[in-house]
Design a protein around this ligand. Structure first.
Ligand SMILES: *[C@@H]1O[C@H](CO)[C@@H](O)[C@H](O)[C@H]1NC(C)=O
Ligand SMILES: *[C@@H]1O[C@H](CO)[C@@H](O)[C@H](O)[C@H]1NC(C)=O
Ligand SMILES: *[C@@H]1O[C@H](CO)[C@@H](O)[C@H](O)[C@H]1NC(C)=O
Ligand SMILES: *[C@@H]1O[C@H](CO)[C@@H](O)[C@H](O)[C@H]1NC(C)=O
Ligand SMILES: *[C@@H]1O[C@H](CO)[C@@H](O)[C@H](O)[C@H]1NC(C)=O
Ligand SMILES: *[C@@H]1O[C@H](CO)[C@@H](O)[C@H](O)[C@H]1NC(C)=O
Length: 492
């Protein structure tokens, strides 16, 4: 108390240098630094004091209501420090900077109610310096922090205390966001954006930037939109190859349990409903991940392309996503005028496809060779197909590769191909020579048998004699061998 009286006394009787009007704009929850820098000649102050003027403006009315000032932080001549209640408990004035004439106040985790006018007093023997700083706290708030997709959300930029004619701009996920004028307005102390029927694309960081009297401050808050997170937008295209399996994602926000989830198929021409393909499977309802309602087609057949719809409801709000399944296939048209064949990359819907690339994949070596370095067309002319190779067509969109489809060269088609044009490969020659040799051996054997029969046939009795003679001889030989074996065993 004594210190305060002396302080007030000095203010009354000694030269006071007063400066006002410094603005500090900070986000709710962050660190605020209220500057108080005096000439560096003020090296040993008698006392330093920070008080809060408590001229708080009620944001809704904008009228000041004065109260007695309260001390936030104080240091007297003896070096004793004192912290006030409330904001004082989170405040400090680092001594390390005193030598440079800096007596700035740091407030940690600023709250909306910390906003207001602060006065820094630095007392020396000769002079008392006072500075006034206005702390404005910025906060972004949503009418609902986890709205369901399809509902309306209000985003507000609150500034405490409300400045007169500040400039407020918005950023969404780091990029400038300019709401159309009817969706943005000042209501009392805050600037609002009305988002109608929010979708997943509004999920992310909303930043409000406030510019006022040459100062700038900003605050960010992240919005989570509850609903179907994957696919995030409707009419998502899924590319797949005929004969392969494809996953049709339908994943809700974690923690959501959709009611009456189902899958249907929409006809893309008339409004007629098409049946789901025979190998269409829906993820089994699991209590662990009830939010995953994805489906898959085990083997995509011709005719499976088109629109599939994943449906469900959350809190009686209907949610759905349409997935456009596009199939790809490589078709072969053989026999062009000068031999060879033509491969065509057939994609069921070419909207959004910008180019095609052909590669040859050799299975033994896993070697990938580009076939089209210069032209990017959907057809490929091949003079001669190699066995153990696959011809693969990759199709691209604006943002990169979308998918691929493969043509497998079968042995027969390769054989046919080589007969039409070009010499035989070494492997095939070897195979054919072997085949011929085997055939020759069979023919020789048949001829031999035939000749033997022809020689013996006129004397059928002789054949029997010859046979029995051989049999008898064989028999006696076997007996001899047996007794020899027994003798050997006895000898042992
Ligand atoms: C903003 O401050 C208020 C109290 O003034 C607090 O309840 C709220 O959680 C803070 N918000 C953020 C984002 O820090
Ligand atoms: C939003 O901000 C947080 C924290 O600053 C960051 O981790 C996240 O990546 C941001 N999200 C987006 C979509 O930019
Ligand atoms: C925003 O919505 C609120 C009600 O939710 C309404 O009172 C206000 O007029 C709307 N503002 C604009 C600019 O449409
Ligand atoms: C959802 O389920 C499908 C099939 O059951 C699975 O392939 C996919 O990885 C799952 N996704 C998530 C995000 O859990
Ligand atoms: C192809 O897909 C686009 C959208 O990606 C769609 O507008 C168009 O009607 C589709 N064409 C056919 C023939 O299905
Ligand atoms: C073809 O597509 C599949 C998946 O769609 C991918 O795993 C594979 O690497 C692709 N092949 C080539 C050669 O690009």
């Amino acid at each position: 108390m004594l210190a305060l009286i002396t302080l007030l006394g000095t203010i009354l009787f000694i030269n006071v240098i007063w400066s006002e009007g410094t603005e500090v704009l900070v986000a709710n929850g962050s660190l605020a630094v209220l500057p108080c820098v005096v000439s560096s000649s003020v090296q040993t102050p008698l006392a330093v004091q920070w008080v809060r003027a408590n001229i708080a403006q009620r944001p809704d009315l904008g009228s000041p209501n004065s109260m007695a000032p309260s001390t936030v932080w104080r240091m007297d001549a003896s070096g004793m420090e004192f912290r006030g209640m409330g904001v004082g408990q989170r405040s400090g004035c680092p001594h390390t900077q005193f030598g440079k004439g800096e007596f700035s106040l740091q407030i940690e985790e600023v709250k909306n109610e910390d906003a207001g006018t602060y006065i820094c007093t630095v007392m020396t023997k000769a002079v008392t310096i006072q500075k006034q700083i206005t702390l404005r706290v910025i906060q972004v708030s949503f009418s609902s922090y986890q709205p369901l997709e399809g509902s309306n959300v209000k985003i507000a930029c609150n500034i405490f205390p409300s400045p007169f004619r500040a400039t407020v701009t918005w950023k969404f996920n780091g990029s400038p966001f300019t709401p159309k004028s009817p969706y943005q307005m000042w209501t009392g102390a805050k600037k609002e954006i009305n988002l109608t029927r929010v979708s997943q694309k509004y999920m992310g960081n909303w930043t409000c930037i406030v510019q006022y009297k040459g100062q700038e401050g900003k605050a960010t808050q992240s919005l989570t939109v509850m609903g179907i997170t994957s696919p995030a937008s409707d009419l998502t295209v899924v590319y797949t190859e005929l004969g392969s399996s494809v996953l049709l994602p339908c994943v809700y926000s974690t923690s959501l349990t959709p009611e009456n989830p189902s899958w249907t198929r929409v006809s893309d021409t008339v409004g007629r409903l098409k049946p789901l393909p025979p190998s269409f499977h829906i993820s089994p309802v699991s209590s662990k991940t009830p939010w995953n309602r994805s489906a898959w087609i085990e083997r995509v057949e011709k005719g499976d392309e088109g629109i599939y719809k994943c449906l469900g409801s959350v809190e009686r709000k209907r949610m759905e996503r349409q997935l456009w399944v596009v199939t790809a296939q490589v078709l072969k048209t053989s026999g062009t005028e000068n031999g060879g064949s033509m491969l065509t990359c057939h994609v069921s819907n070419t909207t959004g496809i910008t180019k095609y690339e052909w590669v040859e994949v050799t299975d033994d070596t896993n070697n990938i060779q580009k076939m089209t370095p210069f032209h990017w067309e959907k057809t490929l002319k091949i003079e001669e197909m190699t066995v153990n190779s696959r011809y693969l067509c990759r199709y691209f969109g604006e943002k990169g590769i979308l998918g691929n489809a493969t043509y497998h060269v079968s042995f027969m088609s390769a054989l046919k191909q080589t007969q039409q044009s070009g010499p035989l490969s070494a492997g095939m020659i070897a195979f054919l020579v072997m085949l011929l040799l085997m055939l020759l051996l069979v023919v020789i054997q048949l001829y031999k048998n035939h000749r033997r029969r022809k020689m013996i046939l006129p004397y059928p009795a002789l054949e029997t004699i010859v046979h029995s003679f051989y049999n008898a001889q064989e028999c006696s030989e076997r007996n001899r061998a047996d007794t020899k074996g027994q003798n050997d065993q006895n000898a042992l």
